[in-house]
Design a protein around this ligand. Structure first.
Ligand code: TYC
Length: 103
């Protein structure tokens, strides 16, 4: 709906439908040096994966080059990227994690 305020010529757009917040995929990227056990630990601690799921995701990333660790609203996804990158750097691992918008 459109409403014109004649004195200030402002326009207010009202919408009855509410948009869902965009979601972001957090991707793990493969490298040759980060230990497999560290990637599994990351998937368990930061992405709440069970041991077997964490192993499968880690191996999929190892073989395919990248894989989805989880899907979250933007602020949550960005926090997880920062937490995981910080942890990896403190341990001296070159693990890379990125967030990208869902299609
Ligand atoms: N390719 C690593 C290795 O052979 C393991 C690995 C898996 C690293 C997933 C990063 O996101 C990653 N030690």
């Amino acid at each position: 709906m459109t409403r014109r305020d004649e004195q200030h010529s402002t326009q207010t757009l009202e919408r009855t439908e509410t948009e869902r917040p965009r979601l972001f995929r957090v991707l793990l990227l493969n490298d040759d040096y980060t230990p497999m056990d560290f990637v599994v630990l990351v998937l368990r601690r930061y992405f709440r994966k069970a041991e077997q799921d964490a192993q499968l995701i880690m191996l999929a990333v190892h073989h395919k080059g990248q894989g989805v660790a989880g899907v979250y609203p933007r602020d949550v996804a960005e926090t997880k990227v920062a937490q995981v990158m910080g942890h990896a750097q403190r341990e001296g691992h070159p693990l890379r994690v990125v967030a990208e918008p869902e299609a």
